[in-house]
Design a protein around this ligand. Structure first.
Ligand code: C5P
Length: 307
């Protein structure tokens, strides 16, 4: 079980990522994961993607990403052998900034992964957003956030959200963002369980049955903006959860175990495979994480969300 205490609140934030260190030649950032507090699929579009309405919030589980000026070329090192070293969201983000800016400055990027892959936590998307914003800063491009968000949308559905952290409603494929107005200093406690196996987003969408009765997002958005954590816990929703639980026995096992958890509510995030419980306090989250850590369900974290 891992507990992360946050001293991040007073740090500068770019594209959702926390700026840890900065010099003219180097940026060190912490790039956070996201969870979906609500996710409804409104329909299937002609381009094969699904029309979504989702409420996203960043959580305090972060990858470390370092961008360094070099003489020439692009070097990307990600300390996870399952990520394609030559073609991933970070290499694609660099390519896109080069194409758009015409710059050929050298850059070396190193990512230390903590956010699991294929887990519904948007780790790759967060890294891509941090890369776009980091290059904008390192190369003094001064592009407006709207332009960075549009470039992000070309890379993946979850990338634009990170420019509107810590919480926003995303519509369309994820590119139409409406930021939430959180109360000053607000954060909620949660326990996150990450099974060893990931899920393919495309296959989860393919296996999701759409419903004529759409779940409204309004209640949980109001609860989040009011800082009403019990209401947030009670209103969690994810249309993709049934399909993911059918495709992935590990998700089904967590769902069954979660029925006995002492928490305000629990749900899968994104297209899975990670699952979270919203708790009434940090003490409750830690107690629940301690209990769940021994059950062989996956890696367990006690964290904060909405920051
Ligand atoms: O954009 P992203 O790379 O996250 O999408 C992965 C896959 O998930 C897409 O190729 C598509 O099959 C599916 N998807 C979808 N509708 C969305 C987002 C993703 O059908 N809104």
């Amino acid at each position: 079980m891992e507990t992360t205490t946050s001293t991040r609140k007073d740090r500068l934030r770019i594209a959702g990522a926390w700026l840890v260190e900065e010099s003219t030649d180097r940026l060190l950032m912490e790039s956070p994961a996201k969870i979906n507090l609500h996710l409804e699929v409104l329909g299937k579009r002609a381009d094969g993607f699904h029309e979504l309405e989702t409420l996203l919030a960043t959580i305090d589980l972060c990858d470390r990403i370092e961008l360094r000026r070099t003489k020439q070329s692009t070097e990307v090192a990600i300390d996870d052998a399952t990520v394609d070293a030559t073609d991933n969201l970070v290499t694609r983000a660099v390519r896109l900034v080069r194409e758009e800016s015409g710059r050929d400055d050298g850059v070396a990027i190193a990512v230390k992964k903590k956010i699991p892959i294929g887990a519904g936590l948007g780790g790759g998307s967060s890294n891509a957003a941090a890369t776009l914003a980091g290059l904008d800063r390192l190369w003094n491009l001064n592009w407006p956030i709207e332009r960075l968000g549009e470039l992000g949308a070309k890379l993946g559905s979850d990338v634009p959200f990170f420019f509107h952290a810590p919480a926003a409603i995303a519509r369309g494929r994820g590119e139409r963002l409406e930021p939430c107005r959180l109360k000053n200093g607000f954060a909620f406690d949660l326990v996150l369980v990450c099974p060893q196996v990931g899920l393919s987003t495309a296959s989860v969408f393919r296996n999701t049955k759409l419903s004529d009765e759409k779940h409204s997002i309004a209640g949980i958005v109001a609860a989040l903006e009011a800082g009403d954590v019990p209401a947030i816990g009670g209103l969690l929703f994810n249309r993709l959860e049934e399909a993911s639980a059918r495709l992935c026995p590990e998700v089904e096992r967590i769902r069954q175990a979660a029925a006995t958890w002492n928490c305000l509510g629990h749900r899968m995030t994104g297209s899975g495979s990670s699952y979270f419980a919203v708790c009434a306090s940090a003490i409750e989250a830690r107690a629940l994480a301690d209990r769940v850590a021994g059950q062989g369900l996956g890696r367990v974290h006690a964290l904060q969300g909405g920051l």
